[in-house]
Design a protein around this ligand. Structure first.
Ligand SMILES: O=C(O)CCC(=O)C(=O)O
Ligand SMILES: [Fe+2]
Length: 366
């Protein structure tokens, strides 16, 4: 940001000042910019996942934490007593592996600012710069989460829709979609504004064997139509052309090796090779399976300055827009990208792998 500041040494123009997004959100309200600039298409890259260097015991995190507890049997872990702004590289590696296993990891009372979060995010993969969403000045790789009463678009949009239509995994229309996502909420309404996550591993595991078999090897088309439509409705410039991508319907996670369902109502449009009605029927079933899958969901109550770190390769999530009359909600999201999704037919499901490991462990005890 360019500022004119007078000091005892004279005037400094072009001085860089850090933005305090929380203060801006509280005092100013909507502060994002929507620059009318063109971005080139994204380029393919080789993803080196730091979670490969993660310690199966996550000792660097768990031994330093005050408290660690799981929120549901299949996904979600909360860690107290660790600041994400202070992580060592081993702790980052362990976090990547933990998120791959548990889907989403929460850290409350975090002091990390948006600049530090950008640096942390880069460790996990090249940061996605969004095609349309507003961002803080000078930080195009940051998504401002800010849809409160001062933003006329969202309450109106949700008058005729419910949140379950918006289950998604981030930016799956890209050829190499998000791996981890970091989201800090620094302003939370007194009530409402929860987020729900669901495990894609368990969504797969709860399908019958014949259905699992049918889905494996199928591919689906993902597109960013919902973002394009929103941009058009609001007169927002599209900074990079949206692309469609074809991804496997069941995906193998590179760190755990587990199979997860990889379609969602947000961005998945059709299943390749099925006729129109078959594809529609099957996707509708799978979308209902996710949104109604209370056995593999967790609903998280935010407190101010909590950071969620989730792995988009094995989870879905859904923001709940029930708080417009209750108060303001603001945060920022950083979106490291990862490998092109793939399916390995010899990969195991989470349940299968855990059961085999448990059987092995009890054999060894004998
Ligand atoms: O606001 C939320 O709870 C989540 C929004 C979301 O989908 C995201 O940050 O990826
Ligand atoms: Fe999202």
């Amino acid at each position: 940001m360019a500022l004119k500041t007078t000091t005892s040494f004279g005037t400094i123009s072009e001085q860089f000042q850090k933005l305090d997004l929380k203060a801006l959100a509280k005092q100013k309200g909507l502060y994002q910019v929507f620059p009318t600039v063109h971005y080139p298409p994204l380029e393919a890259f080789k993803h080196n996942d730091p979670g490969k260097l993660g310690d199966p015991k996550k000792a660097s995190l768990f031994d330093k934490a005050e408290k660690v507890f799981d929120l549901t049997p299949t996904l979600g872990t909360e860690i107290h007593g660790i600041q994400l702004s202070q992580l060592t590289n081993q702790q980052k590696n362990d976090l990547a592996l933990l998120a791959a296993e548990r889907g989403v990891v929460f850290f409350r009372d975090q002091d990390i600012d948006v600049y530090e979060a950008v640096e942390l995010g880069k460790y996990f993969g090249p940061l996605h710069v969004h095609n349309t969403t507003g961002h803080p000045e000078g930080l195009p790789e940051v998504i401002s989460i800010f849809y409160d009463e001062t933003n006329p678009e969202t309450p109106k949009y949700f008058e005729s829709r419910s949140a379950d239509e918006a289950w998604h995994s981030d930016i799956t229309y890209e050829s190499q979609p998000a791996g981890l996502t970091l989201l800090k909420l620094d302003v939370v309404p007194p009530i409402g504004g929860d987020t729900i996550w669901a495990s894609a591993y368990e969504a797969y595991d709860r399908l019958s064997a014949p259905m699992q078999k049918f889905l494996e090897g199928l591919e689906a088309v993902h597109d960013g139509q919902v973002h394009q439509d929103r941009a058009k409705r609001n007169g927002i410039f599209i900074r990079r052309d949206f692309v469609d991508s074809i991804h496997p319907v069941v995906r193998t996670h590179p760190l755990t090796g587990w199979k997860g369902l990889f379609v969602q109502p947000g961005f998945t449009k059709r299943i390749v090779g099925l006729n129109h009605k078959e594809s529609r029927l099957l996707l509708d079933f799978l979308f209902k399976h996710i949104s109604g899958g209370h056995d593999f969901q967790l609903r998280f109550k935010w407190t101010e300055d909590t950071v969620a770190v989730w792995d988009n390769r094995c989870t879905f999530h859904c923001a709940i827009f029930d708080y417009f009359s209750s108060g303001r909600r603001h945060g920022f999201r950083i979106t490291p990208t990862a490998e092109k999704p793939y399916f390995v037919s010899s990969s195991k499901s989470r349940r299968q792998d855990l059961a085999e490991k448990a059987a092995l462990a009890s054999e060894e005890k004998k």
